[in-house]
Design a protein around this ligand. Structure first.
Ligand SMILES: [Zn+2]
Length: 203
């Protein structure tokens, strides 16, 4: 699925589930929803994030840049800060450097757990311990969405490297696929607009 579809779907689902999640929906939690629903494709050199991060959009550039950032975070942290969580974030960059699109960690349950751990740490640190729920909703919506595509996702990576998909799927970029994604985007936007009056009362 394209970034737009993931962002729309994840944000709409998160807003729909917000009454069942501890804590109130805030502007920050909506931003977290949108970012988390795009994050799994960070392993793809042409994804939305990498459009801004990578000067050259190929796997070698992705490997070098994420690898260097990861190693720098860990080395500098070792020298100056010694915050254990920074090592985890550094390790994440290195994992992203090594994982290729949909054959690695970011589209798996293990990926959800690792990224949830980091987002929980950041949430607690910045005084919003409920952010992790929105993060997990956004991130999971991406994985579930991709399971409706014909390629599926390596859900049980690294235990099993087989791509898992639902019985009914569509092919990304095909006529039918584009139509389905357009419908998802339109429905998501309509739903978000419908909820807007309540959302605008956010603090
Ligand atoms: Zn994806």
């Amino acid at each position: 699925m394209t970034g737009k579809t993931h962002a729309g779907l994840g944000t709409a689902v998160g807003i729909a589930l917000s009454s069942r999640v501890p804590g109130e929906l805030s502007i920050i939690s909506i931003i977290v929803l949108t970012v988390a629903s795009l994050l799994p494709d960070i392993d793809h050199p042409k994804s939305i994030f990498n459009k801004y991060i990578l000067p050259i959009k190929n796997n070698t550039a992705k490997f070098v840049i994420y690898g260097v950032i990861g190693v720098l975070i860990i080395v500098l942290n070792f020298k100056y800060e010694e915050i254990p969580e920074l090592n985890v974030i550094g390790a994440l960059f290195i994992i992203v450097a090594f994982s290729s699109h949909r054959t690695g960690l970011t589209h798996s349950i293990a990926g959800i757990i690792i990224f949830a751990f980091v987002s929980n740490y950041l949430g607690v640190r910045y005084n919003d311990k409920n952010l992790v729920y929105y993060f997990v909703i956004g991130y999971s919506s991406h994985i579930i969405g991709d399971m409706f595509t014909n390629r599926g996702v390596p859900l049980f990576y690294p235990l099993r490297n087989k791509n898992i998909k639902f019985p009914i799927t569509f092919r990304v970029g095909s006529k039918k696929g584009n139509l389905i994604e357009d419908i998802i985007i339109i429905c998501s936007i309509l739903y978000i607009l419908y909820r807007l009056p309540t959302l605008l009362q956010l603090r």
